[in-house]
Design a binder for this molecule. Sequence first.
Ligand code: 5RP
Length: 224
Amino acid sequence: MATQDELKQAVAWAAVEYVADRVPSGSIVGVGTGSTANFFIDALARLKDRIGATVASSEATRRRLAGHGLRVLDLNEVTSMPVYVDGADEITPRLEMVKGGGGALTREKIVAAVADQFVCVCDESKLVARLGKFPLPVEVIPMARDYVAREIAKLGGQPRLREGFVTDNGNLILDVHGWQIADPAGLETTLDGIVGVVTNGLFARRGADLLLLATPAGVRQIGK
Ligand code: 5RP
């Protein structure tokens, strides 16, 4: 039986093959954050001379990419990016996601917005019929912490401050428990409308385009 790390490694290699086959030489590749993204970064190093550069979705990712000698650009230097590769905490068969377990949701959403295609890389434990078992991360401006928490409680969520954690943007994370999310895109919009919320971890209005899903029987593709 493959371990979860072996599945993450397998899907990372599949994503690098995808990039090698589908992305024109010299392109910019957007890179996500987390343990699966780390396997992808390590595998991407072999394409160092083929891809033009990368854009990182967090400081941790930037350091890891640079450590492999991969060129990392500021997003403001980039006008087109064919692909963004990242993991997820949960993903549905409709390719809506919960992200932000690593606290990088805001930069992930920004880099993904610039990319033509979002390729999500996961092991099969992340595939769910309905989002919400994984607590939903919400990045908030520090002075708005309690106000946003009260507004989320009115919506039926149970927000808990992620203790001792500050995002790369200098903000806080509220992890919202207790939601079975029936309308991911609707809730994404509602949460974005609360003053003081920077971003929420629902990636539904712009979900993934392709899911590479590692299973013990091999890597499955969902989407295109
Ligand atoms: C980080 C993320 C990650 O993609 C998500 O937490 C999945 O991480 P992992 O691959 O370690 O399970 O959104 O903010």
